[in-house]
Design a protein around this ligand. Structure first.
Ligand code: 5GP
Length: 207
């Protein structure tokens, strides 16, 4: 999605060779116009299964807004987000998976109350980033426990060099990423193709 890539180039800040900071429009401050377009783009890419999507599934916190705009583009289907802490209001009826947080470097549990995910539910997983695939694999694990079907996984920014996309695709999961980063070198963000991360398009320096 060219508009997203332009925005990453304009506002994204590379932190070392592994992390991309995009808090001006995605992770702290939100550009709702861009989010609306991203939701529409996911709807376009998953158009062949759009009428089968029962729920959008994500994980807090940054996935929620993307999921909400995407749900609107899919006709207002419910958004369910996995929680990273167990609130006192949550009873013991939940699905659970352990996930290593890439940015926080700690193991955490994600939980979805059983009443919000049922056998036969057809889900689209949506998240802001795909790095090593832990969050998405945790959500897949939770869908497996519920007997829910995963129609695909929609990602705003996939960092192909961290292998999460390859892991998911090897499992037969359909992954659609709006921007694919092939590498980050000396502050330069190289975009590429998820299927061929070794052949990046010429990059543009991040500010
Ligand atoms: P994964 O589980 O695929 O290793 O990492 C995905 C999760 O880690 C996302 O939900 C996102 O919150 C966070 N994450 C991974 N890489 C980045 C990054 O480069 N920048 C930011 N802001 N978050 C990231």
């Amino acid at each position: 999605m060219d508009k997203l890539k332009d925005r990453i180039v304009r506002d994204g800040v590379a932190i070392g060779t592994e992390i991309l900071k995009v808090d001006t429009f995605l992770n702290h401050q939100i550009d709702v116009d861009l989010f609306e377009e991203m939701g529409a783009e996911f709807r376009r890419r998953f158009g062949d299964v759009a009428d089968r999507v029962d729920k959008i599934l994500t994980v807090e916190a940054s996935g929620i807004a993307v999921a909400a705009f995407t749900a609107r583009a899919f006709g207002g289907v419910p958004v369910v987000f996995a929680k990273k802490e167990k609130p006192s209001t949550m009873d013991d009826e939940y699905y659970f998976s352990e996930v290593m947080s890439f940015t926080k470097r700690k193991l955490s549990a994600i939980r979805v109350a059983k009443k919000f995910l049922s056998a036969g539910d057809r889900c689209l997983i949506i998240d802001d980033f795909l790095a090593h695939g832990q969050a998405a694999l945790g959500l897949l694990h939770i869908c497996g426990q519920a007997g829910a079907e995963v129609l695909g996984c929609g990602i705003v920014i996939e960092k192909a060099f961290q292998g999460g996309g390859a892991k998911l695709r090897e499992k037969g999961v359909r992954v659609e990423s709006l921007a694919v980063v092939a590498s980050i070198e000396s502050g330069v963000i190289h975009f590429g193709d998820a299927a061929a991360p070794d052949a990046p398009a010429p990059g543009t320096p991040a500010p």
